[in-house]
Design a protein around this ligand. Structure first.
Ligand code: NAD
Length: 254
């Protein structure tokens, strides 16, 4: 029960990685507010986690809308009394080469992946300060470090998540709030499944995904969740402003 006594807000909680993080946090003893736009999946997750004894609350919201994010934080506070941790697992994937990318896709990507993380931090930070400290964990990606054809906008958004993590970590250190990023390689979850559905030959993509990692496979969402539990726990009490690669050796192959 590494997170006993903690109250976390997980954004993108209905997603592949977000739901694994929410579940892992509950299993580690935290109470968890679940934020996502996909209210049906969110409610199903809430029901499921409650059935296994979890203290959880679904707070459906669009992460790009300040009033909705603010209300979600307030609802979480009203329900649990405090907030000690924010995990940003929200995100979308939009692909296209630079000369073909739609401006609307760029705006949507930046709104969700970057502005969304900013808004979640903006409204959660006062509550975490009031609690006397805690942590923020942002899902970036190995894409923050390496370009890939057709994904320049996504990689830019994940680079921005990393940069804002470093800046916010400097601002919040004096308040006892640690701020870190996790950079996964390919995870056998949401985005990867989306890319596979769109690929002309999914088996080729699966082979590429395996080959990309020293460990010869993709990560299970649980393996990313385990890193989030570590970063939120007192075992990471001197870890801030870090990008933790949970990438099966993806980066050292480059
Ligand atoms: N899957 C991977 O291989 C991988 C690798 C590296 C990093 N990541 C990062 O991990 C995070 C989660 O990815 P995933 O694979 O679980 O994707 P996912 O699509 O399963 O989860 C993303 C969640 O965000 C929610 N969401 C989207 N727009 C929203 C909005 N406007 N307001 C509120 N919620 C919204 C979606 O409903 C979804 O539940 C993302 O930030 C992604 O960039 C994923």
């Amino acid at each position: 029960m590494e997170l006993e006594g903690q109250v976390a807000l997980v954004t993108g909680a209905a997603g592949g990685i977000g739901s694994a993080i929410a579940r892992a946090f509950v299993e580690a003893g935290a109470a968890v507010a679940l934020l996502d736009l996909a209210s049906e999946s969110l409610n199903a997750l809430e029901t499921d986690l409650r059935a296994s004894g979890g203290l959880v609350l679904a707070v459906p919201a669009d992460i790009t809308q300040a009033t909705e994010v603010s209300s979600a934080v307030n609802l979480s506070l009203a329900h649990f009394g405090r907030l000690t941790c924010l995990v940003n697992a929200v995100g979308i994937l939009r692909q296209g080469r630079v000369d073909a990318m739609l401006e609307t896709d760029w705006d949507e990507l930046m709104n969700v992946n970057v502005k969304g993380v900013f808004l979640a931090c903006k409204y959660a930070v006062p509550a975490i300060k009031t609690a006397g400290g805690g942590s923020i964990i942002n899902l970036s990606s190995v894409s923050a470090f390496v370009g890939s054809i057709g994904s320049f906008a996504y990689t830019a958004s994940k680079g921005a998540v990393l940069s804002l993590t470093y800046g916010i970590a400097q601002e919040l250190g004096p308040f006892g709030i640690r701020v870190n990023a996790i950079c996964p390689g390919w995870v056998d979850a949401g985005f990867t499944h989306q890319a596979m559905r769109q690929a002309p030959d999914p088996s080729l993509l699966i082979a590429q995904a395996r080959e990309a990692h020293v460990l010869g496979r993709m990560a299970a969402p649980q393996e990313v969740a385990d890193a989030a539990v570590f970063l939120a726990s007192s075992r990471a009490s001197f870890v801030t402003g870090t990008a933790l690669n949970v990438d099966g050796g993806f980066m050292i192959k480059r």
